[in-house]
Design a protein around this ligand. Sequence first.
Ligand code: SF4
Length: 427
Amino acid sequence: MATLKYDKDGRLLFTKEMKHDYKILIPAMAPYHFEYFVHSLKSEGYDAEVIKTTDFDVIHEGMKYSHNDICVPAMLVIGQFIDYIKRHNIDKHKIAVIITQTGGGCRASNYVSLIRKAFKKANLEFIPIISVNAVGLEKNPGFRVSLTLLMKLITALMMGDLLMQLYNETAPYEKNKGETEVVYQEVNTYLNAYFYKPARRVFYHPKKLFERVIKRFSQIDVDKRVKKPKVGIVGEIYVKYSPLGNNDLEKTLRNEGCEVITPNILDFFLYTFDSSIYDIETYGGSTISKYAYKFLIKFIEHRRNKVRKQLKKYGFNVFTTYKELRKLSEGFIKKGMHVGEGWLLTAEMLELIHSGAPNIICTQPFGCLPNHIAGKGMIKKIKKAYPKSNIVPIDYDTSATEINQMNRIKLMITNAKRNLTKGDKNV
Ligand code: SF4
């Protein structure tokens, strides 16, 4: 057992010794992306695992160890950690957990302290919590986002975004049922292997690898003459992507005969960098940080442009640039509204409408004020500008029944199918 060390404020640290002995648990959120995080970490000498449990015990533990007015994502993350640790026959003294900390104004900045409090209540306070953040919050001697790891994480997010798009764009139209899933599993084997390449290779964008994936998906036999309503999923980042948080909304929509469009996760990261720039310019702060954030946005967009070109080459939809996305929300919501998903949420709804997907589900977790403002609170304004848009806000509350959510979703789909038959144009 590693010796427990604390900082001067009494915070338990993840030490260098733990790096070699401990397994880092990652709470599930984005199924297309998070396995690549595991490979990024493993290839850098850490042991890691994404928790996949989604049953009621997770909710039960979350409710038991967090306050009942906490937002649903925080509660589910706490529930997943505690349920996993209790349920598995593992050495609890060789486990650490990892979580992002945005540094913004909502609870996403306080997850770490909420988890710490829950662990104390569950007599698990000896488990170190690693915070991943871009604003210099809690540091740990045994965990560092090195340049190599950062490059891998950026590529991991790009890969996840790409696969999410290709899967959702192909699966509803496949002629041979299940072929998209087979191809997805197939490409995953060589995408996973990428992370173990020599470090110098990860500094270059793996253009050929991305092209190989896109080309492989383009070979799936599809029938695009079949008309299906396009339904976009937007909302708070956790409930938007997490099947645990949204009762597997993506699958539900596909089963109901829709083509699902889920916006890219990387836009959220660009938005958080951009929000830091906004704050520095408005309230003051480090000029070095400001230029570092600007560089990161340009760097990621430069790489994404290469993916855009390849998607176009093989006949897939080309996703909007961050610059265009940013512009879309102008006149609707101010850039200073960057708590939670902030103006990005509004921009994503507008982007969907502009790209021919006016049917939108805006996922809203219980206890999340910022996204009720930027999501539900903006729907009236958007509908006024685009009267034919078909937007439905859905509240995700673990104590509410799934039937209520389904009724509202089905009503939205019925309208979407009716509009499709009428051949409505929305913009
Ligand atoms: S954005 Fe909302 S749901 Fe997400 S952490 Fe913040 S308060 Fe919770």
